[in-house]
Design a protein around this ligand. Structure first.
Ligand SMILES: NCc1[nH]cc(CCC(=O)O)c1CC(=O)O
Length: 311
């Protein structure tokens, strides 16, 4: 079938501004290729539970489940996700059709009064609910008081502006996508604040029996990003990573060589951070995942306590 004969592609999306931006972005790219596309907005459990830390209420799957039910029931055909929020193992019957070109993967420092982390006074209050950000911040500045911060991007910025925090740390990608780049006072070097696996990258999920949709989405794939995040996500899988494990994995891909850095921290802050790095020539997803597995083994050898690997 030519694109003009294909029925309308319906994108299931959460209704936060960031999720809608991401769905609209994919809609525009597909329309530019001749497809007809509609959005189906929905509210997920993760959007409803705003008063608890994500790690306490069931983790990443929370934002994804309702969208998968819509795909399962045929009410929608594809779902656009921030890959960072997508569990490594998709449920039976679902597949990642493609991974798109990555936005800035770094974390951003946002504050009304202070230029960067170093400028914060002793004991300043920093908002983040990410355990990864918490342990990395605490390693850089043990004096800081880290306070939970939940909600969508606008809510988080409002809480900062209300004076509840001296600074907050967010993904640069989300701020840039929403045109809020001006709020970024400083961007953390990955060496200081190693990003989360998949941060800044979008993935598109489909039912695995929809080869027609997988073919339609193939032109949206960005191979270098896909290889990079496959390695990062393999680290997370091999560590049994979840929202309740402070884990960072960040790859950079240059001239077919993938450089992969990872860090693990103890939730209680008792054990020191474990950091490892390695690189390999990579041209296939299997090679990228092998590098991720090797990095996870080195994290464990260095003292990181993983959960059971989710194989
Ligand atoms: N966990 C929420 C989430 N999921 C994806 C992003 C940002 C965009 C991205 O990483 O692609 C954010 C916000 C944040 O971490 O500040």
């Amino acid at each position: 079938m030519s694109p003009s004969q294909t029925p309308t592609i319906i994108i299931a999306t959460r209704e936060s501004r960031l999720a809608l931006w991401q769905a609209e972005h994919v809609k525009a790219l597909l329309e530019a290729r001749g497809h007809s596309v509609q959005l189906l907005g929905m509210t997920t459990k993760g959007d409803q539970i705003l008063d608890k830390s994500l790690s306490k209420v069931g983790g990443k799957g929370l934002f994804v489940k309702e969208l998968e039910v819509a795909l399962e029931e045929g009410r929608a055909h594809i779902a656009v996700h921030s890959l960072k929020d997508v569990p490594m193992e998709l449920p039976e019957g679902f597949a990642l059709a493609c991974v798109m070109e990555r936005e800035d993967p770094r974390d951003a420092f946002v504050s009304p009064h202070y230029e960067n982390l170093d400028a914060l006074p002793q004991g300043a209050v920093v908002g983040t609910s990410s355990l990864r950000r918490q342990v990395l911040l605490q390693a850089l500045r043990p004096d800081l008081k880290i306070e939970p911060l939940r909600g969508n991007l606008d809510t988080r910025l409002r809480k900062l502006d209300d004076g509840q925090y001296d600074a907050i740390v967010l993904a640069a990608a989300g701020l840039k996508r929403l045109g809020l780049e001006a709020r970024i006072r400083a961007t953390f070097a990955p060496t200081a604040m190693l990003p989360a696996a998949g941060q800044g990258a979008l993935g598109i999920e489909v039912r695995s029996d929809r080869q027609d949709l997988i073919d339609a989405l193939a032109p949206l794939a960005h191979q270098a990003t896909w290889l990079t995040v496959a390695a990062e996500r393999a680290v997370s899988r091999a560590m049994g990573g979840s929202c309740s494990m402070p884990l960072a994995a960040h790859g950079t891909f240059t001239n077919d060589v993938l450089q992969l850095d990872a860090a693990w921290g103890d939730v209680d802050g008792q054990a020191p951070l474990v950091r490892v790095a390695d690189n390999a020539a990579v041209t296939t997803l299997a090679q990228a995942e092998a590098l991720g597995d090797a990095i996870a083994q080195r994290l464990r050898a260095g003292g990181a306590r993983g959960a059971e690997p989710l194989i």
